[in-house]
Design a binder for this molecule. Structure first.
Ligand code: PLP
Length: 444
């Protein structure tokens, strides 16, 4: 069926086939064609598709109750999932609030920060600084924090316009600084921005610890993370980590923050937290932030479906699977294997200018010239073409053209955390084939 015959409308016209079923890292369409889910959908399906243990636990909950409104009942799945989440996140992050998706998580984090500031007599603080480029979601509040012009511009007059600071895209810098110095340079840009905005008006700084769709798995130099934490502390600015994509083990730790020993003030999670088994997200914060808000009358916030027992039973089963199958450790190990393979691509394809990532959140970026890092000509539509060539060959990858909304095609390779070494080989063989076809098609 073409979408002209469909009552459902999508963001764009949708020529894709109907999905039939999933199994592990694979998806099958109605014709029986098999695809490797090389991007876990949109970095969601962390434990793979149709995990029988998760389905059985969901079924057991379904047989009891699928919904009980939280103002009428507490439920064991939501209490148990909160306890499990608190146990898996760094010490101190022990209070959990459920939502149903990533944009909701980011907005909830900001609203909790604002209400906390009010309890501290800091009503002047309302500005939330975010990075450019970045992606924090599609609802108005989350979009206002998103640093990606094509998504913002049509709606800009309907948003306030929160301050932005450059994300540490150090792979584009051509200076003589060491990696450490570069990290500090970008952190100081945040300090400048806070001072410029007026420190007593700045509520929070929100960042993706490893970039996702916006920057293509951008990892900052190590020095950046600690210095940003210090700067936030210096000015009493709350540090919000948007771990919607990176959380729940994707980068080889439960939270990416753990790679740098950072404890953010509030963490937003979704995607891999429900892992495609249920729409689920959460914010996690310390009691010192949550308790004053509850004492002052409560968090003025909540989504009807949030924390429902069915979604929470799925989330709990997903976290148990991560732990029992050692999937976070596997993400770290297979991430190293995948990164080596991607580095190998740079030897073979001169139009690949950078390879980056952490754990199983990895990316490569196309350039016209490695010495200048000038992007490929937009008219080549590389970000679309390579995805199509891979799709035809049974591999799903995820692409974006960003670099601050101008140009620069990057491709995210982020398979389910259950992937094996052999399956990485299988995925890379298709990717090579697609890259060869792309090179031939555009004459590179
Ligand atoms: N934050 C980050 C870092 C994301 O990658 C995304 C989605 O891609 C979101 C927020 C928004 O999540 P959702 O699409 O579930 O609303």
């Amino acid at each position: 069926m073409t979408d002209e015959a469909s009552h459902l409308f999508y963001q764009t016209r949708n020529p894709r086939p109907f999905l039939e079923r999933g199994e592990g890292i694979y998806l099958f369409d109605e014709s029986g064609k098999r695809y490797i889910d090389g991007s876990s959908g949109a970095m969601v399906s962390n434990i793979g598709h149709s995990n029988p243990r998760v389905l059985a636990k969901m079924k057991a909950q379904m047989d009891k109750a699928t919904f009980g409104y939280r103002l009428h009942f507490r439920t064991h799945p939501s209490e148990d999932l909160a306890a499990k989440t608190a146990a898996m996140t760094p010490e101190g992050l022990d209070r959990v609030f459920f939502v149903s998706g990533g944009s909701e998580a980011v907005e909830s984090a900001v609203k909790l920060a604002r209400q906390y500031a009010l309890t501290q007599g800091q009503g002047s603080r309302y500005k939330v600084i975010s990075r450019f480029p970045s992606y924090h979601g599609c609802t108005f509040g989350a979009l206002d924090l998103t640093g990606y012009d094509p998504l913002r511009e049509p709606f800009a007059p309907m948003m306030e316009g929160m301050p932005k600071v450059a994300a540490p895209a150090t792979y584009l810098d051509r200076d003589n600084l060491s990696e450490d110095e570069r990290g500090l340079k970008y952190a100081e840009l945040l300090r400048d921005r806070i001072i410029e905005a007026g420190p007593d008006t700045v509520l929070a700084f929100v960042m993706e610890p490893v970039g996702g769709a916006s920057t293509g798995a951008l990892v900052a130099p190590d020095s950046y993370y600690g210095r940003v934490r210090e700067i936030c502390d210096e000015f009493g600015v709350l540090l919000i980590y948007d771990e919607v994509m990176t959380g729940a083990g994707r980068t080889g730790k439960f939270l990416a923050a753990e790679h740098w020993g950072i404890t953010p003030d509030i963490v937003a999670m979704s995607k891999g937290f429900g892992a495609g088994y249920a729409p689920l997200g959460a914010i996690v914060a310390p009691a010192r932030i949550v308790e004053p808000v509850l004492d002052a009358g409560g968090f003025l916030h909540g989504f009807t479906y949030a924390g429902n027992p069915l979604a929470c039973s799925a989330g709990l089963a997903v976290l148990e699977e991560l732990e029992e199958q050692g999937l976070i450790e596997n993400a770290a190990r297979m991430g190293d294997v995948l990164m080596d393979e991607l580095r190998g691509l740079m030897e073979r394809y001169p139009f690949i200018g950078d390879v980056r990532g952490k754990g199983l959140l990895t990316a490569f970026e196309f350039v016209a010239d490695r010495s200048t890092m000038e992007p490929l000509a937009p008219k080549l539509n590389a970000y679309d073409r390579l995805v199509e060539l891979a799709y035809e060959r049974g591999l799903i990858i995820y692409s974006r053209r960003t670099r601050g909304g101008t140009a620069g095609d990057h491709f995210l390779i982020a398979p389910p955390l259950i992937i094996t070494r052999e399956q990485i080989g299988e995925m890379m063989a298709i990717l090579h084939d697609a890259l060869d076809a792309f090179a031939e098609e555009v004459g590179l």
